[in-house]
Design a protein around this ligand. Structure first.
Ligand code: PLP
Length: 613
């Protein structure tokens, strides 16, 4: 019997729930006794139904609600094992305390919180200085909620300056365009769409290292180009884009045509990596040392090492931020000048950023970034040493010439790696890798997405997604190595990747289709193919791809549970349920490692078995 009916989990839950409550003909709810010895014994937690989508008539005790919400949040992945994200998941206790003490401060209230405002200004000065702002110019900037807002502000400033310059000459301003690579994070394309600018998204290739191709930039420039977005740290592979090379192309273009096109550097991740590593940006300049770089953004909540909610943008001089975009507000007794998409926003993150800057200093940030890069190199070399995997990221490759994989593997195994990032190709501490060609040839049934799914069963969140359009036949697994990825944790990760791959090799002849995703994940994912002018693409969503219910529903044949109780499954945390197919062949349903899926799947399999009976 194969499962052809759709199973509605909501309906299933309701049915079991209701029948349980009326067991033996009694209304269990009415019979329930409640006390408040523990949060679970309250009327709200044990007797009353918890409304999910409407406001309860009466409230409930604080400790009960706290426990309810906390329990539900246990179903989330573990932030520290979420290797899909660049966003900080660890701060020191002192920073946590400072944040907790300042959670109620609104960054919009300039007059009320002058000390916090001064701290924001100091952060801006520190970053401007770090990124090579010159004394002869007056750098200006603002805190934002993240790089997305900062990028939108940077784009808006470029658009307005272009419009003002064209209007002054009586020229048409109806068709602005902006240039970026197909590897650009979705925030960049969003700027173009939200603010009516044509996005010229240029195809990337293996040759361009999956990043903006300077040759194509040259071909796509015209008088309506408001600027070029250049990325310091590609979201897909961590590569730094060649800012200096593109700057030179724009210099030459200006010489030929008189058209002056600015660069905005999206240093969402690289803004806190490049200045602190010995590799810097790999030699070439990338920041305000290049006159053509007019503005730079970064995410304080990525390698700035703060929790989510803070970004920064700095213009090299106030003349690059058109007056028209700056608002003077007379508010709560004071006058404030603001430039931002939001009004109210949290101030605690800015305080936390300042804490990090002062506490860590240049040396502290350098040590952390070198450490992240060193761990990322170790991971890359270990993966390549298995010969099952090939790295697409390149931070583990020596700067001079091609990577010496064998030496790298030996070094990784013997632990004799003593170099710094200066010896390697510059980039973010990101490891993007794929199954090697030889592995795919030998084990054609093993799909790369299975690796991601099986690792999820061990609680690691490692996305598998396609490279940008025109290279999207290649899928990569990506691991962001953050500060919290210690060497010990890295050992566990490498061990688990090896174990999972061995497991897949052993099961290569089994039917693994049950593991398949309904739809593959994408890093900002491609929806359209690039045209010759390179204009098109991508989904809004990020890289994460959650296992879908289809994983389970697509199991064929009735199944017998080897371990019937959800408690067993949760306790053993094995991440798998052994079943037999109708022809009695063993089958293994390997499940994602969160409790919701265990519970759901167990219920579902019970239901399947009862139907068979
Ligand atoms: C290169 C790049 N730009 C922009 C963003 C968006 O940053 P945020 O999440 O801070 O808005 C990201 C996020 O990953 C990124 O990697």
């Amino acid at each position: 019997m194969s499962l052809s009916r759709h199973i509605d989990p909501e309906e299933l839950v309701k049915r079991f729930h209701d029948s349980h409550l009326s067991e033996g003909g009694n209304n269990l709810r009415k019979l329930m006794k409640t006390s408040h010895l523990t949060p679970y014994g309250t009327r709200y937690a044990s007797e009353a139904e918890v409304p999910k989508y409407r406001l309860p008539q009466e409230g409930a005790p604080a400790d009960t609600v706290y426990q309810l919400i906390r329990d539900e949040l246990d179903l989330d992945g573990k932030p520290n094992l979420n290797l899909a994200s660049f966003v900080g998941t660890y701060m020191e206790p002192n920073a946590n305390q400072l944040m907790a003490e300042n959670l109620s401060k609104n960054l919009a209230d300039n007059d009320e919180y002058p000390a916090m405002m001064a701290i924001q200004e100091r952060c801006i000065s520190i970053l401007a200085h770090l990124w090579g702002a010159t004394k002869s110019e007056k750098a200006i900037g603002t805190a934002t909620t993240g790089s997305s807002e900062a990028i939108h502000l940077g784009g808006l400033a470029m658009k307005r300056r272009w419009q003002e310059a064209r209007r002054a000459k009586g020229l048409d301003t109806s068709r602005p365009n902006i240039i970026m690579g197909a590897n650009a994070q979705v925030a960049l394309e969003k700027f173009a769409r939200y603010f009516d600018v044509e996005a010229r998204i240029l195809p990337v290739s293996e040759e361009s290292k999956f990043r903006l191709d300077p040759k194509l930039v040259e071909e796509n420039l015209d008088e309506n180009t408001i600027g070029v977005f250049v990325i310091m740290g590609s979201t897909y592979t961590g590569h730094f884009e060649p800012v200096e090379e593109i700057s030179k192309i724009l210099d030459a273009y200006q010489e030929r045509t008189g058209i002056d096109i600015p660069i905005h550097v999206d240093a969402a991740s690289g803004g806190f990596v490049a200045p602190f590593t010995r590799a810097k940006a790999g030699g070439p300049k990338w920041n305000f040392e290049l006159p053509r770089v007019k503005s730079i953004n970064t995410s304080g909540h990525k390698y700035g090492l703060v929790y989510a909610g803070v970004g920064w943008i700095i213009w090299r001089d106030e003349s690059y931020l058109p007056e028209y975009l700056v608002f003077e507000l007379h508010y709560l007794g004071g006058t404030e000048r603001s430039f931002g998409l939001n009004f109210s926003r949290p101030g605690a993150q800015i305080i936390a950023q300042y804490y990090n800057l002062i506490h860590l200093g240049f040396k502290g940030y350098s040590e952390i970034m070198e450490n992240c890069l060193s761990n990322a190199r170790l991971l890359s070399k270990s993966l390549e040493a298995t010969s099952w995997y090939t790295c697409v990221s390149e931070i583990h490759k020596p700067k001079s010439g091609a990577a010496d994989v064998i030496t790298g593997a030996k070094q990784a195994l013997s632990g004799t790696v003593a170099e710094s990032s200066a010896d390697y190709i510059a980039g973010l501490p990101v490891v993007s890798f794929r199954l090697s060609d030889s592995f795919k040839k030998e084990f054609p049934n093993v799909k790369q997405e299975y690796v991601s799914l099986l690792l999820r069963a061990r609680q690691w969140i490692i996305p598998n997604y396609a490279l940008p359009p025109n290279e999207n036949q290649t899928e990569i697994l990506r691991i962001v190595v953050r500060e919290s990825m210690s060497l010990d944790l890295l050992d566990r990760l490498i061990t688990d990747i090896v174990a999972v791959t061995e497991n897949l090799i052993e099961q290569q002849d089994s039917d693994l289709s049950a593991l398949k995703h309904k739809s593959a994940g994408h890093a900002g994912g491609a929806t359209e193919q690039p045209t010759s002018k390179g204009i098109f693409k991508r989904l809004e969503d990020g890289i994460h791809s959650e296992p879908s219910e289809a994983t389970i529903i697509s199991l064929t044949g009735p199944c017998e549970l080897a371990e019937a109780s959800p408690v067993n499954l949760l306790q053993h945390n094995t991440g798998r349920i052994d079943c037999v197919n109708s022809d009695r062949r063993p089958a293994t349903a390997v499940l994602p490692g969160d409790a919701y899926f265990y519970r759901y799947t167990v219920t579902l399999l019970k239901e399947l078995n009862s139907r068979r009976d």
